[in-house]
Design a protein around this ligand. Structure first.
Ligand code: SAH
Length: 465
């Protein structure tokens, strides 16, 4: 069974670092079910392909499991050596395990970067056919190309087989790509070569953490992955449902509602203009957009030659994929030297964020509950420590002016809080004092005399010793 991953674009040969496999060598790994060969049929500056060849040994498998004693030929003669199946998932986790976990010592910057990838799977068995294949991959942002295969070319009347040759294209992180394949290949095959028990629930939740909770085919994926074992499926779905609240798909819907609310006061534009102005005043040329979402601010800053380096960070892989598309990073590879996207959580220290003049948090802090906000403060102000930090957040006092917003509601259901002006001021002054920054406040949008402006902004500047 042959499976290839092609990385396209800027410094494509980095793929070998990301996979931790030398591009000039053919390597062989002995796994329980047979051998896995890894090699690179193509390495250039703009395209690099890593191939994984699985040599599944069905006879050894039968011997190991003591099966086949009943004399069934099917245990010896089957499709397993020729198709992508749960053996591929095992190979990915054992041979590309570091990349699957999202680590890369040599290129920590690129491991979470959204990059254009292309995957080829020589033969993928798809129960439910092409429709199910598309329903599983397309919502994750993949372009899917398939070649179906007849059951037997000699006997067209036998109809089609469940086997497809598949090409998948997407701009995402390598970790996301591997985690999608790890889960979805056995789901399409609708089979597993090993016993499915409690630890499969944990594996599914871990590998699907960033995308499964909001996947429209979440139930089908979970049922098939857990081999229809009712109690395991119930347990997994309950957890996934919990995780879905406040994440991507719902977040997207809510973000649209929040935007609609604020459109009449042109708040989005005014916010971005105010941030641009503040960045220029600070003299910042290298800017971090923390919680960049779909990249609205990055798109605006990118058009201004004043900014030398722009990096967007977000915890949502789907938001980053949309940002990469909107910034057209694959169409204009040179742009990637100036603008890049990183997958990451702002509540954990991250060395990739060092060396910037300014960090911007536009409408982000209100999405974090109190302990996580404390963690973000330490990461941004103590660890990353850029010269300037710009934070915007809604002014709750102004909410009564939004007629369609029921009294007492927040502008966005995922907001953990919305602060009055005095609350924001207290928070910002505490942070400034604690981490040795100065802070000034700038109103955004037309202010109501009594209620203040719709949005509030704090501009922190580092106090030099
Ligand atoms: N700044 C963008 C998006 C604001 S919505 C804009 O103004 O359009 C808040 C964003 O913060 C979302 O994209 C969400 O995924 C991200 N986010 C929330 N908590 C985060 C965390 N702990 N780490 C990284 N990103 C986070």
């Amino acid at each position: 069974m042959l499976f290839t991953i092609t990385m396209r674009g800027h410094q494509a040969a980095d793929l070998s670092f990301l996979l931790h496999k030398h591009p000039a060598r053919v390597q062989v790994f002995g796994l329980k079910f047979g051998k896995v060969h890894v090699f690179y049929p193509e390495v250039s500056e703009t395209r690099c392909t890593a191939a994984m060849l699985l040599e599944v040994d069905p006879v050894a498998l039968v011997r190991r499991h003591g099966r086949g004693s009943g004399g069934t030929l099917g245990a010896y003669v089957n499709d397993r050596p020729y198709v992508a199946s749960s053996f591929l998932s095992v190979a990915i986790s054992q041979v590309f395990g570091t990349a699957l976990a999202g680590h890369c010592k040599d290129l920590p910057d690129r491991v979470a970067e959204a990059i254009p990838f292309e995957v080829n799977i020589a033969v993928l068995p798809c129960r439910g056919g092409e429709t199910v294949l598309r329903r599983l991959f397309e919502p994750l942002g993949y372009q899917v190309e398939v070649t179906p295969h007849a059951l037997d070319d000699q006997f067209p009347q036998w109809g089609t087989s469940p086997y497809f040759t598949v090409t998948l294209k997407a701009t995402c992180s390598l970790q996301a790509l591997l985690s999608h394949l790890y889960v979805l290949v056995p789901v399409l095959d609708d089979d597993k070569h090993y016993y499915v028990g409690e630890d499969e629930v944990e594996k599914l939740l871990r590998r699907g953490e960033r995308w499964l909770p909001t996947h429209p085919e979440r139930d089908l994926i979970t049922e098939r992955y857990l081999k229809y074992q009712r109690s395991l499926v119930r347990e997994a779905l309950a957890q996934l449902q919990e995780d879905a609240v406040g994440t991507d798909a719902t977040a997207e819907r809510y973000a649209a509602a929040e935007e609609a609310l604020e459109v009449p006061v042109r708040l989005n534009e005014l916010r971005l203009e105010a941030v641009l102005e503040a960045l220029k005043q600070c003299g910042a040329r290298r800017v971090l957009d923390l919680g960049c979402g779909e990249g609205k601010l990055l798109i605006m800053l990118m058009k201004d030659a004043h900014f030398e380096k722009l990096v967007g960070v977000d915890v949502s892989a789907q938001a980053l994929e949309r940002a990469a598309r909107r910034l057209h990073l694959d169409r204009y590879p040179k742009r990637r030297e100036r603008v890049s996207l990183l997958h990451g959580a702002l509540t954990y220290r991250d060395d990739r964020l060092h060396g910037f003049d300014a960090a911007v948090l536009v409408e982000v802090i209100e999405h974090l509950d109190a302990p996580r906000l404390r963690a973000l403060e330490r990461v941004v102000f103590a660890y990353t420590r850029p010269g300037c930090v710009i934070v915007t957040t809604p002014n709750r006092e102004y909410n009564v002016r939004f007629e369609s917003l029921p009294a007492g509601n927040f502008r966005h259901p995922d907001h953990r809080f919305e602060w009055e002006r005095s609350e924001f001021r207290t928070w910002a002054e505490d942070v400034a004092a604690q981490f040795d920054y100065t802070v000034r406040f700038v109103p955004i949008g037309e202010a109501d005399e009594a209620l203040g402006p719709p949005t509030q902004m704090a501009v922190f500047e580092q106090l030099h010793d």
